[in-house]
Write a protein that binds this ligand. Structure first.
Ligand SMILES: [Ca+2]
Ligand SMILES: [Ca+2]
Ligand SMILES: [Ca+2]
Length: 750
């Protein structure tokens, strides 16, 4: 690649005499003869020799001169107080009322640009202030420790100064950094009265993109398959794209280097999800245990295994993740390894808006944060209980958790840890608090380092409905294992039912003032109520629960494929239809509704080379994939057939690598898996906790990183393994739980 260094002489002539400025190395400008022949930074039009992939030649700060009198800059205050506006002179003006106590007490920032490793940048702007003071300019990482890539302290006063800095990005490329101007209280600086600071004419541009051009764009693997591998008799399909697409492909036994199978590649088809042509290569006839790879043309897949026990470790890790998410107890070195920590969040929590303190210790940390939320925790617990109830032989007493070896399947010990917490979240009236968290999300610290006040938010009817449902499930599942506990769960479920019965309207599903942690909002609680009534009917056979259920279903609650934390209709439908103590009065209507979900799932898989069951990829798309796999298996249980079998396996294959990105979304498994999840313990320890399913592609670009990087990307490819990308790469207990279900299913079927 030809070097493309622009005229440094011109840039040098514009530098002002700021002592700390990164002045150009003058030798650099004279040792490369071609430099003077290249376009200067003043040129914004491409020349004939301009590389179309170049990232030079334009200002990355939109509306940097505020000519349209508006701005898209943000503010962050930590103890400071200020107002930001565009003034009558067309400058960005911060009117500072209070300086606070730290540099960043008053911060103005700009997002929406990218900087690339080893590329050189120039930033220019004008600045002045109504007083003499310092301003800190930084381009920094927008997350983790917020450390700067480039930082300067500006000494400003009433006279307008022009600043011009050149810097090289010495760290890994950052597609979503933040430009910050800090105007708080600087160490050793005098106190300042109210004053104003003005900025104008921001110009940030790349002036040497050689390294960017040499690095090339993102390359996706040309052959994608389940990176962990396959059970011997399972269907096996690799999906080819790009140069791998041809007429033939082979399966190579890695131990011998010889082909064990050569077969035809199906005709390629355009895939709307990935925006490219793809072709399927079916090698299901390869059944002998071993380690293999698929070769097509000059391309080859990652290695994978065929074996009876191929999923054992992944299954175990996916379930052990719940242990590693335990709250309120010490996780010991011998069981938790890198993720051991002292007890956390064990102090009593304040009931929101009161002085009442209650013990709500225990349960699982929900996700990448340390909140504990009832509706999401209930979904996770329900999935694990369903998995156990349908496939008990898939679970053992040797998961390597504190209760291993106690004679009770470890999955039930683990679920009970959550259920015991849920029981503490029920108040005397029978209502269930929506969640317990601090008021704000913590920094990227281990759980015991989050020590702010714990707050229990008000009772919600969605939490109460979900609670009643999982407690009724638990009453069935734990009877015969611990009858007293089963009875306690049933009693709690009945009490929650009574609360719902006397509170017919939805309540408590949005964040109260001052609480900004995960909201888990809901606009409808009829599905949660229906689930509660159906599970109580299944657990007791009492006609009053059937009546309550029918009253709701009569008003039209869908019981199709919803297995989420917000829509739980399919849990309700499955519970109602699987009742063995009595047949519900609305059985046929519920059956028709429940069965109607299959057509949508099958239509989606048929239209996608990977047999993904999604036609759109929302936040947490991997949960939707896993939920659809779980739904088709529940469908089979009700119908008595096996229509869902292949579809469920395909959803698991998708999660483990048969997808357009070539990612195995289970951390610690496969060849390429998430290494930088948005998950505080992983971020604090600098390594990904194993056994976690990442959120996956989200075409709606719901964090700054995603918005910056994936603006022009096909839906199924909007994913990055980056801890700043919380809408793509967070983890949750309820994204893992349906995957535990799928592993239990395939393990029990072979
Ligand atoms: Ca201006
Ligand atoms: Ca056990
Ligand atoms: Ca709902």
């Amino acid at each position: 690649m030809k070097r493309r260094i622009i005229s440094l002489v011109l840039a040098g002539s514009m530098l002002i005499s700021v002592a700390s400025c990164s002045i150009l190395d003058p030798t650099e400008a004279t040792t490369a003869p071609e430099e003077t022949t290249e376009p200067s930074i003043e040129e914004t039009e491409p020349t004939e020799t301009y590389d179309p992939n170049s990232i030079m030649g334009f200002n990355m700060i939109e509306n940097g001169d505020f000519a349209d009198k508006n701005h898209t800059w943000g503010t962050y205050f930590e103890g400071g107080e200020a107002d930001l506006k565009v003034n009558a002179d067309g400058e960005l003006q911060l009117d500072i009322k209070k300086e606070g106590t730290v540099n960043w007490a008053n911060q103005v920032f700009y997002d929406g640009f990218s900087i690339y490793k080893d590329c050189k940048y120039e930033i220019q702007f004008d600045c002045h202030s109504t007083i003499e003071r310092d301003v800190e300019y930084r381009i920094q990482i927008n997350g983790k420790d917020y450390h700067p890539y480039h930082i300067e302290t500006l000494k400003i006063g009433p006279e307008v100064q022009h600043f011009d800095f050149i810097f090289t990005m010495e760290e890994d490329s950052d597609p979503a950094p933040r430009l910050c101007l800090n105007m708080g209280k600087f160490k050793d600086a005098p106190d300042h009265e109210a004053h104003s600071v003005m900025f104008d004419n921001f110009d940030l541009r790349c002036i040497d993109d050689t390294a960017y051009l040499e690095a090339g764009s993102v390359q996706y693997p040309a052959i994608n398959l389940n990176q962990i591998g396959y059970l011997p008799n399972a269907s096996k399909v690799a999906v080819l794209n790009g140069d791998a697409i041809g007429t033939k492909a082979s399966v190579i036994d890695v131990s011998t280097g010889s082909a064990v199978y050569e077969g035809d590649v199906a005709a390629s088809e355009f895939n709307n999800g990935t925006g490219r042509d793809e072709a399927r290569f079916d090698f299901s006839s390869v059944t002998a245990p071993g380690t293999y790879k698929v070769v097509a043309g000059d391309e080859e897949s990652f290695e994978f295994v065929i074996a009876d026990n191929v999923y054992d470790d992944a299954f175990k890790a996916t379930l052990r993740m719940f242990y590693l998410q335990r709250c309120g107890v010490e996780l010991t070195d011998d069981l938790a390894g890198d993720f051991a920590h002292p007890g956390c969040h064990a102090e009593e929590a304040t009931v929101y808006g009161t002085d009442t303190k209650i013990d709500v210790s225990g349960g699982w940390h929900d996700a990448g944060d340390y909140g504990r939320y009832v509706v999401s925790g209930a979904k996770a617990a329900a999935d694990l209980m369903l998995a156990y109830s349908l496939y008990p032989s898939a679970f053992d007493d040797a998961l390597n958790i504190p209760e291993s070896g106690n004679g009770i399947p470890d999955v039930l010990d683990e679920v009970r840890f959550e259920l015991e917490w849920l029981l503490k979240m029920q108040n005397e009236e029978g209502g269930v608090y929506h969640k317990v968290t601090c008021a704000n999300f913590p920094g990227f610290v281990m759980p015991e380092e989050e020590t702010e006040e714990l707050i229990v938010t008000p009772v919600s009817t969605t939490a109460t409905g979900d609670f009643a449902a999982v407690m009724a499930m638990a009453a069935n599942i734990y009877s015969g294992i611990d009858n007293d506990f089963g009875a306690k769960c049933l009693e709690a479920a009945v009490k929650a039912y009574e609360y719902l019965d006397s509170h017919p309207n939805i309540e408590g599903t949005s964040n109260p003032d001052g609480i900004v942690t995960g909201e888990y909002p809901d606009s409808g609680d009829a599905d949660e109520r229906a689930w509660a009534y159906a599970e109580l009917f299944k657990a007791t056979g009492d006609a009053k629960y059937d009546d309550a259920f029918c009253a709701l279903i009569g008003s039209g609650i869908p019981c199709a494929s919803d297995l989420g934390w917000q829509g739980v209709g399919a849990y309700a439908g499955y519970a109602y239809l699987s009742s063995t103590v009595a047949k519900g009065k609305f059985y046929d209507a519920v059956l028709a509704s429940f069965m109607s979900g299959l057509a949508d799932v099958e239509a989606a898989t048929a239209g996608d080379a990977y047999n993904s069951s999604l036609t759109e990829y929302p936040w947490g798309s991997n949960m939707s994939i896993a939920n659809n796999g779980m739904y088709v298996i529940l469908y089979d249980r009700i119908s008595g057939g096996n229509a869902g079998d292949e579809c469920a396996r395909d959803q698991l294959n998708y999660l483990l690598g048969t997808n357009g990105l070539g990612y195995c979304f289970l951390s610690g498994f496969g060849t390429v898996s998430p290494e930088q999840p948005h998950h505080r313990p992983s971020q604090a320890q600098g390594k990904a906790m194993p056994g976690m399913i990442a959120g996956g592609p989200d075409q709606n670009l719901e964090d700054p990183y995603a918005a910056n990087v994936f603006a022009d990307t096909a839906p199924a490819l909007c994913y990055a393994d980056n801890d700043q990308a919380y809408s793509l790469n967070e983890i949750t207990i309820y994204w893992n739980s349906p995957v535990v279900f799928l592993f239990a299913y395939v393990s029990s079927q072979g």
